[in-house]
Design a protein around this ligand. Sequence first.
Ligand SMILES: Nc1ncnc2c1ncn2[C@@H]1O[C@H](COP(=O)(O)OP(=O)(O)O)[C@@H](O)[C@H]1O
Ligand SMILES: CC(=O)N[C@@H](CCC(=O)OP(=O)(O)O)C(=O)O
Length: 263
Amino acid sequence: MTTLKSTLPTARKKIVIKLGGSTLEGLNKAFFSNFKNLQQEGYDIIITHGGGPAINKELEKQNVSSSILNGIRVTNEEAINIVQTTLIGKVNTALVGELNQAGITAIGLNGFDGQLLQSEFLDKETYGYVGKVTSVNTQLINTLCENQIVPVIACVGATADGQALNINGDTIASEVALALAAESLLLVTDVSGIRIDGEYKEEANPNLINQWIEHGHIYGGMIPKVQGAIQVLKSGIPSVQIVNDQLVGTVIVPSLDETLAPS
Ligand SMILES: Nc1ncnc2c1ncn2[C@@H]1O[C@H](COP(=O)(O)OP(=O)(O)O)[C@@H](O)[C@H]1O
Ligand SMILES: CC(=O)N[C@@H](CCC(=O)OP(=O)(O)O)C(=O)O
């Protein structure tokens, strides 16, 4: 007998996977087969990516200077044009091409497409053309996922009047995971998680992470990763990990006092 419950569509669980620019050149079919396995296990996959090294190369080629502050690139008017064309025109298309070749139906997107990542300036005086996400078009992502198409999202936001803004890839990944209420966020990078005093940590929590940032043990590009991870974890997304391309790394878990805190 068919019950009402069994005829209702059940939303598939979603995993947001961020591929750091530092990893992109080394990824291969064996790595992408992880995605196929997850899909076969019933998960929807949403990919977001960075492209820091490719941006650096292009800025250098064109003699445009930029600096990094708290892991965020201070982006002037010349730099935002280079960021936009590099991430969307080069990095995103190359990644989508590789995924399609690996047998994963993927489509490239950025903040402009279907108003996917509506954004505002983060702090124009300090960071220039850097954005913060104000809304994510989850309907667009869900529609693609329902049709077994993997969205591959470049970290470029768009303001209401059509200005492109540079947004750190880790921040975009966290915002997308939050908006979708994803099951899991995986930040894939070039190190096996958080390393403190020469030792990779299998587990970390927000209290420890804040101390490590304060003491300078976590710096640069690791800062937006852990900050995004903490935000995602606090909103109740059960699994957040910072891993290498073998998917080995650090699991971020709630701090003890948060686990004990009355809800
Ligand atoms: N405590 C830490 N543990 C591991 N890596 C760290 C730490 N603090 C800073 N990092 C740096 O963060 C880098 C990863 O960030 P980033 O270069 O932005 O990578 P991605 O391109 O994957 O986002 C590492 O290669 C390392 O140099
Ligand atoms: C604002 C900001 O910092 N934007 C980043 C976007 C690319 C990125 O995040 O690349 P990774 O994932 O390789 O670090 C940048 O300009 O480098």
